[in-house]
Structures are given as structure tokens and as C-alpha cells.
Ligand binder design. Structure first.
Ligand code: CA
Length: 238
């Protein structure tokens, strides 16, 4: 018998909670539910769910605080579901340790796709993802060899500057995930990095000119406006 992934739903709105619960059960998941932050923390610890869907506006503690506390001991993927939809809110939730963000209202297809991506990503992180094993990234025509610092598109070699390569390599190692500007600047240039993301935008424009067949319609590196960037993974090119 196949073991079903267990999803913890944290939501105080009864209607949405019921919808999420029914949808997950109908799609082959186990689901446990919490209507406030404290029970969410208790259930996360006792059940070790495969993935957590988390509403940010909870009656007792703020959803952001729930993320912070869970991240102290667990890497289980957290998808924030919220009506708060400003770019700052998104970036803040991601910087606190959420893996993804869904803005209400959202559809069933989108919900299930995000859950699959989050779970797949956390599985590949835990049993050594294919990048760590092979030292390469390959999606569509784009191929990266991390050890040789080589990038090619189809049969064409792409010449990236050292900084451009570091940006592409960082995004590729987290393919499928949104990286915020802040987390990228910190990762690339250390804690003292300026918080001005203009430098990323300038590099990104050059990177896209080199590796996107059409820079206006990116196929490999996507912009999450006001939040950051996401590199394509295999699900984007199926
Ligand atoms: Ca709420």
C-alpha cells in the first residue's frame, strides 16, 4: 500500500478549511487541520507532516511567528496561503522560511501543483538532489556543469561572467523555488551586501540576453515581480 503524504492545514476560516480538507482527501493526501497557531505548532511537532499549508492571519499568533518557530527544528515545506498579497508580505514570508506563497482566492489545480512542487523539492533536497549527484542542471535546452563552470544552450556555449555564473548557479540549485532579492544578495555577497536589488536586475538583463532565446518571454529564469526570481525546473518544461 502506498503511504499517503500527510498535509497539515492551518486555517481559521471554516469555509476555506473545509475546501482545502476535501480537496486534499479527494486527491490522495492525508490531511490534519488546525484552526490556530498554537495547535498548528503542536500538530507539526507530533505528526511531522510532509507539507504545511499556512494561513498568515490566525486568531492567536501571527502566521509569520508560526513559520519562525517551525523553522527552528524542521525543514518541512511550508506554503503560505493568504489574502495578504502585497509583494512585501510575500518576500517577508519567504525570507522567514516559507517555501512558496498562494494568494487567495486560488484554484484547485494551482494548489495541487504547488504542493507537488514543494514536496518534490524537499524530497530531492533530502536524498541529495540530482544536481548534487551529477553536478549538472539540465532543463529544456539549457545545460549547466557546476564544476566546470560551463553553461550551454543547445549546442551553443554561453559565456557568463563570474558574477553572472554565480547568480545562475544559485538559482539553478534551487530550481522551482522563488528566491527573494534579499536572500540572493545575502547568499552572493554576504551579510553586508547592499539591499539595493538594482545590481541583480542589471546582471539579470545581461544573463537573459545570453541564455534566453527570447529575453522578453523567459523560459529559464522567471521574475516574481517585487519578490525575486525563480529558475525553471523540469515541471516547467514538460
Ligand atoms: Ca485567517
Amino acid at each position: 500500500m502506498q503511504i499517503k503524504d500527510k498535509i497539515l492545514i492551518v486555517e481559521d476560516d471554516e469555509g476555506i478549511l473545509r475546501y482545502l480538507h476535501t480537496t486534499l482527501l479527494a486527491n490522495g493526501y492525508q490531511a490534519i487541520v488546525a484552526a490556530d497557531g498554537r495547535s498548528a505548532l503542536a500538530l507539526a511537532a507530533s505528526h511531522c507532516p510532509t507539507c504545511i499549508l499556512l494561513d498568515l492571519g490566525l486568531p492567536d499568533i501571527d502566521g509569520g511567528e508560526v513559520i519562525r518557530q517551525i523553522r527552528q527544528w524542521s525543514t518541512t515545506p511550508i506554503i503560505v496561503i493568504s489574502a495578504r498579497s502585497t509583494e512585501t508580505d510575500k518576500a517577508e514570508a519567504l525570507d522567514t522560511g516559507a517555501d512558496d506563497y498562494l494568494t487567495k482566492p486560488f484554484g484547485t489545480v494551482e494548489l495541487l501543483a504547488r504542493i507537488r512542487t514543494a514536496i518534490r523539492h524537499s524530497n530531492s533536497m533530502s536524498d541529495q538532489n540530482s544536481i548534487a549527484l551529477t553536478g549538472t542542471y539540465e532543463v529544456g535546452e539549457l545545460f549547466i556543469d557546476f564544476r566546470k563552470h560551463r553553461v550551454s544552450l543547445g549546442s551553443k556555449d554561453i559565456n557568463l561572467t563570474p558574477n553572472e555564473f554565480r547568480i545562475v548557479a544559485l538559482l539553478a540549485r534551487h530550481a522551482g523555488q522563488v528566491l527573494t532579492y534579499k536572500s540572493m544578495l545575502h547568499e552572493l555577497w554576504g551579510p553586508a551586501a547592499s539591499s539595493d536589488n538594482k545590481i541583480l536586475r542589471v546582471h539579470m538583463a545581461n544573463i537573459r540576453r545570453k541564455l534566453e532565446p527570447n529575453p522578453d518571454e523567459p523560459r529559464y529564469i522567471f521574475t516574481e515581480i517585487g519578490v525575486g526570481y525563480r529558475m525553471a525546473d523540469s515541471e516547467d518544461h514538460m
